[in-house]
Design a protein around this ligand. Structure first.
Ligand SMILES: NC(=O)c1ccc[n+]([C@@H]2O[C@H](COP(=O)([O-])OP(=O)(O)OC[C@H]3O[C@@H](n4cnc5c(N)ncnc54)[C@H](O)[C@@H]3O)[C@@H](O)[C@H]2O)c1
Length: 251
């Protein structure tokens, strides 16, 4: 049990990597708090079927009032938070010239401001725990020039220096802050790619997409005491895609 007696908040837990991580963290002993702006209790039901502990809250991570309201509810229900996985995210393909101000604001809101707001408003609960681990979910798009995702890439790129500064500023509370930069994973986010999966696979040395569970295990490492001296790191989980020079895809 790597997370016995820990309380873990996971945003974007209704599907994909967030759901896989919520299930894994619960199996490792954590009380899991799932946050998503999508209605639905599937993740919580799956966890409770295994007689493990989970609850879910509906909130848009880019909405300060909603995040603050969930943090207040969690304070009442749990009194502390040990782990925060800022995983909620959404991407939108739009060529740079077609990128609207609305898309820009939306992508930065969900993918970057959301991590800031959740970290800011759950921090008092993490300080109560006396120790903690925050994981920001970036992407290899933060450092690869992939086509038609300027707003998403810029937002994910912002998470890396945010992680560095938070790691510096929160270390004194024994709260570690790390980042995951993930490559192509099979999930609802990448499902619309269809045939374009192949172009991701062709630039991935492992020659396949990853699974949500393969990211969840890395998040577990960062969440647990096994990574107790890892702070401010950006861990790349991409099947080797960023190690090769032709690390981009078509379409
Ligand atoms: N799938 C990939 O290839 C890939 C690659 C790199 C990074 N990522 C990142 O991994 C994270 C999880 O993505 P996934 O692949 O599991 O996709 P997914 O679509 O299955 O899951 C994303 C979840 O986030 C939720 N969400 C989106 N906006 C939200 C908001 N404003 N407030 C609350 N919840 C919100 C969605 O409802 C959904 O449940 C995202 O941050 C994504 O950017 C994914």
């Amino acid at each position: 049990m790597m997370l016995k007696d820990k309380v873990a908040v996971i945003t974007g837990a209704a599907s994909g990597i967030g759901q896989a991580t919520a299930i894994l963290f619960a199996r490792e002993g954590a009380s899991v708090i799932c946050i998503d702006d999508k209605p639905g209790r599937e993740t919580v039901d799956l966890i409770r079927q295994e007689k493990l502990d989970a609850s879910c809250y509906h909130a848009d991570v880019a909405n300060s009032e909603q995040v603050q309201a969930v943090a207040r509810e969690c304070e009442k229900a749990f009194g502390k938070v040990d782990i925060l996985f800022n995983n909620a995210g959404r991407s939108l393909k739009q060529a740079f010239e077609a990128t609207t101000e609305e898309t820009w604001a939306e992508m930065l809101g969900i993918n970057l401001t959301g991590a800031f707001l959740c970290s800011k408003y759950f921090l008092p609960l993490m300080k109560k725990a006396g120790t903690g681990s925050i994981i920001n979910h970036a992407s290899v798009d933060a450092f690869l020039g992939n086509p038609a995702i300027a707003a998403y890439a810029a937002a994910k790129g912002g998470l890396i220096p945010l992680t560095h500064v938070m790691a510096h500023d929160l270390g004194k509370y024994n709260i570690r802050v790390n980042c995951l930069s993930t490559g192509g994973i099979r999930s609802a986010m990448t499902a619309p790619l269809g045939a374009a999966y192949q172009s991701r696979i062709s630039v991935t040395p492992l020659q396949r997409m990853g699974t949500p569970e393969e990211v969840a295990y890395v998040a577990l490492f960062l969440a647990s005491d096994w990574s107790s001296f890892v702070n401010g790191a950006n861990l790349v989980v991409d099947g080797g895609r960023t190690t090769i020079t032709q690390g981009t895809y078509r379409g």
